[in-house]
Write a protein that binds this ligand. Sequence first.
Ligand SMILES: [Zn+2]
Length: 333
Amino acid sequence: MDKFLLGLLGFNLLNNCINKLMGHYVTIYMIHRPIPIDGLYQGLAPDLLEQCLIYAKNKNYHFASLDELVSDAINGIVPKKPTLCFTIDDGFNDQVEALVPILLKYDAKPTIFVLTNFVDGKDWPWDFKLAYMINTTSCKSDSMSYKGTQFQLNLTSMQNRTITRRALVKYAKYLPSEVLDDFMVAVANELMVVPPLAAPEGYTPTSWERLRHYESRGLKIGSHACTHRVFSSLALTTVKEELIHAKNRLAVELSAPSKTFCYPSGTTKDFSSAHVDLVRELGYVAAVSASPGNNTLTSIKQNLYAITRHTFPNTLAQFARYSSWIEVLRSKL
Ligand SMILES: [Zn+2]
């Protein structure tokens, strides 16, 4: 079925007609890390990103920045064509140096949401410390126990390490800060890897200087808070402090930070209506989640503080599908 539908995307006249019938939909992509040199985890290959952008240009998609989409949604401006939007989360050096130049080359108007403590060099995110320990350990344990919870430690391949990392992150992300610290020590002891104080090679942040360099070339930069701690695990006062501090750091370092916020982790369990209120009170006009879903400008306006995004896919065929009316149709079925 997929092959048949994807084949239909080759017929431009047919697509133009279907696009008119479907209305003008929007696909917002969420990009994480580029493929690493050491192959320790799966990432987005810059070549694939470029192929996808060339495909989108040839198919006459419109590219809009997230702030443009939000502004159009609020003001009821309907896009003339199906629209694509590209966002990157976290603020790693390799994201900025390997992916941003490609997005700018095709005038794709990307937005990167950065963790301000990370860019400030104060700390590196707890979940990437877990990834570092799991990716670099040579320990042979196949399980660990923490406060009565048993975890499988399958470290036999890149895929299995990814599954192990996801399980540990899923457990750890809702722990209170002091318990999370204790859990991290327990994992370090079990895996016999202590994450260095400063982010090691492969996990280094970008800098404000590099962000300013790309800001002047069209990159939008927004807040992803300070620490990557999930809001649901923090006291409301701590969340407020993170939001204010991150907003101030962006305002000091950059010319025109994004007016849209990006929740750390960002699944529906990771933030609440109280966090939405804080984000709104601070003057953000919208916020993006990590929940998947297609959009129209109407759906963005109805869901301004929890806008859905698709994880950037692993193949050109998937990109073609996610960007097209096929995904809109599937989401309605
Ligand atoms: Zn993130």
